[in-house]
Design a protein around this ligand. Structure first.
Ligand code: SF4
Length: 301
């Protein structure tokens, strides 16, 4: 979404207020960072939703705002009139939940298409690809899965596979012998316990060979449309940097984050945190100067 600067909006510290989308009588308002090379293109420091009740003819930016959605309290608060867009009105989120909500809003603007980067066509293929992705890159996994799935497209065929052949097909990945054993066992368990289908319940998924909570949450959220918040190294690191939680154990991080993110959006939240961790908040050299979360991130440098 591109944000258009409002005429008459005040400019503070190289930032100016702009309007993104309209829906009915509501509009999304964000702060555009004028120093960023892609001005207005989802590079906003703050976002809020306003309800517009009156517009002056000939002055599209001169509005009466009935109410403004407060991300911290998750309630609509009082609005105002005029070019209702001073930056002072955009409160810094002060609670972990408020920050999580703001992170979610801003990353949704920056990465509108939150897609899983592991190639797959079925829940079974995503399950196998995710098991293979442990300590490997998505690119590396995507290089081996076309050959693997051409030969063994489903649980029935993989359950009968010769282990040596599977090892050869995935031999470019680290820990390939162990992974080959796990994916063949996993396929056999799917046949024995679930008629060859990928189950939805977490307890059934984590009982499969090679499947931990992260893999289970990827499958649930991406392939099955169920709530799931995968916590990988990026989600864990960013959650701590952004002051969403102090926990260091991935399961405890997941437990802390779940109540902060609507159930249906947990998968996308995780995917966007991962993208931000790869592209902007890079582990050894976070690009805070280019980060859309910098205005409220407690770890900004
Ligand atoms: S401001 Fe810096 S530390 Fe905080 S999320 Fe952005 S890149 Fe990471």
């Amino acid at each position: 979404m591109k944000y258009t600067p409002l005429d008459g909006a005040s400019k503070e510290s190289n930032r100016v207020v702009g309007v993104g989308g309209h829906r009915g009588n509501e509009r999304t308002v964000g702060t555009i960072d004028l120093t960023h090379p892609r001005i207005g293109e989802a590079i906003v420091a703050e976002v809020r939703t306003e309800r517009v009740v009156e517009q002056m003819p000939g002055h599209p930016d001169d509005l009466v705002i009935s109410s403004i959605f407060d991300s911290n309290s998750e309630h609509w608060g009082p609005g105002g009139s005029g070019v209702a867009t001073s930056l002072a009105g955009m409160a810094r989120p002060r609670t972990p939940k408020g920050r999580a909500r703001r992170v979610h809003e801003l990353l949704a603007l920056e990465y509108p298409e939150a897609i899983c980067e592991l190639d797959h066509e079925t829940p079974f293929q995503l399950l196998i690809a995710t098991i293979l992705s442990a300590q490997a890159t998505d690119v590396g996994v995507n290089k081996v899965t076309p050959g693997l799935f051409a030969r063994f497209p489903d649980a029935e065929s993989l359950a009968e596979a010769d282990l040596d052949e599977v090892e050869q097909l995935i031999s470019s990945l680290g820990l390939f012998r162990n992974k080959a054993k796990n994916i063949v066992s996993c396929a056999q368990q799917l046949l024995d316990r679930h008629d060859g289908e990928v189950p939805g319940p977490m307890k059934d998924l984590v009982a499969l060979a090679g499947v931990g909570r992260k893999t289970a949450n990827v499958v649930r959220s991406v392939a099955l449309g169920l709530p799931g918040l995968p916590v990988d190294t990026h989600v864990l690191r960013l959650s701590r940097l952004l002051g969403l939680t102090d926990e260091t154990d991935p399961v405890k991080v997941e437990t802390a984050l779940n109540p902060m993110v609507p159930a249906a959006e947990r998968g996308e939240f995780s995917l966007r945190m991962i993208l931000h961790g790869r592209r902007v908040c890079i582990a050894r050299r976070p690009l805070c100067g280019e980060c859309s979360l910098a205005s409220f991130c407690p770890s900004v440098r």
